[in-house]
Design a protein around this ligand. Structure first.
Ligand code: ATP
Length: 306
């Protein structure tokens, strides 16, 4: 019987791995509402990442042929640097992140990583090299330990705890009745947007990918949570090529370059300082956001003194 139980356990393990993998992909596609229409080219090789430089060269893209979304977008994220994409709602910011993952193929131009066209490499290797911190992280109906370990299944419990610390979520976990063994997800404890995002950051710290893609939540976070998340993100993005779809100002200030996207084209680009000095679209957006933040703070202070 012993001889049989080992392979059976192994089959069980493989089955769980596959099921979890499928769940993940399905949930990801559900979330993005996309169909799996992209396939590997015959003989596609794995992506070989050395430095991790990303280039978009004259990228044209439309979900529907008669409605162009990106109209000739070119930019580079040099190895280890951070580029933030900002712009009005519907400008095409999230589309850029989907194209980097190759959820869709572009109609014209090229997207490369270390000089390799992403259409020429296997999707598995491409997605394996990119760590994604999405707007809304999908949690599995399992323990919080499992949910963080998902970033790298071979990680030890110590490594999981260390990642949770770096992601500034460990204090929250430690006061839960069952600690790291607490059940989360739809059938367990519901986490807030900011907590889920920190779980995603912890996963990414474990995965340690050379390229990072952050899609910031649009939902408002309180100033302290925002600062905690920012600190965690700074840590995880250090030395990694990072593309940020930015909604919050705190992330963009320190970016090496900010790309201002409007109607699928780059309207302005430069550092935070350059763009403020220019007094264009970015400067207007900045003023508006700062006013909104100040108004929120005033409201909060007024509530506190009530
Ligand atoms: P936001 O700041 O509001 O998130 P965004 O700049 O990220 O906006 P995208 O999500 O990239 O904008 O969308 C750009 C345009 O593409 C929008 O007009 C949107 O309606 C359209 N779009 C997005 N996803 C799809 C899709 N799956 N099919 C068809 N059109 C889509």
């Amino acid at each position: 019987l012993m001889q049989l139980s080992v392979p059976l356990n192994f089959i069980g393990f493989i089955y769980r791995e596959i099921r979890q993998g499928l769940t993940d992909i399905e949930q990801m596609f559900d979330l993005l509402d996309v169909k799996e229409e992209v396939t590997d080219r015959p003989g596609a090789k794995p992506l070989a990442v050395s430095a991790g430089a990303i280039r978009f060269e004259d990228v044209h893209f439309a979900y529907d042929a008669n409605r162009p979304i990106l109209k000739g977008v070119s930019f580079e994220v040099p190895a280890g640097k951070t580029v933030a994409i900002v712009g009005p709602s519907g400008a095409g910011k999230s589309t850029i992140s989907r194209l980097l993952f190759r959820f869709y193929d572009i109609q014209q131009g090229r997207v490369t990583i270390d000089g390799q066209d992403i259409r020429d490499v296997t999707q598995e290797s491409l997605r394996g090299q990119i760590g994604m911190v999405p707007q809304d992280t999908v949690l599995f109906n399992d323990t919080i330990l499992y949910n963080i370990r998902y970033g790298r299944m071979s990680a030890s419990e110590e490594e999981v705890k260390r990642a949770a610390e770096l992601a500034q979520i460990s204090k929250f976990i430690e006061i839960l009745p069952d600690g790291y063994r607490s059940m989360v997800g739809e059938r367990g404890l519901k986490l807030s947007g900011g907590e889920k995002q920190r779980v995603a950051i912890a996963r990414t710290i474990l995965k340690a990918p050379p390229i990072l893609m952050l899609d910031e939540a649009t939902s408002a976070l309180d100033t302290q949570t925002e600062q905690e998340i920012q600190d965690a993100l700074d840590l995880v993005s250090r030395g990694r090529t990072t593309l940020v779809i930015a909604h919050r100002l705190s992330t963009v200030i320190s970016a090496d370059e900010i790309i201002v996207l409007r109607d699928g084209q780059i309207a302005e680009r430069g550092t935070h300082r350059d763009l403020l000095a220019r007094g264009g679209l970015y400067a207007t957006m900045w003023d508006r956001q700062r006013e909104a933040t100040e108004a929120e703070e005033r409201l909060r202070r007024a509530r506190e003194t009530d």
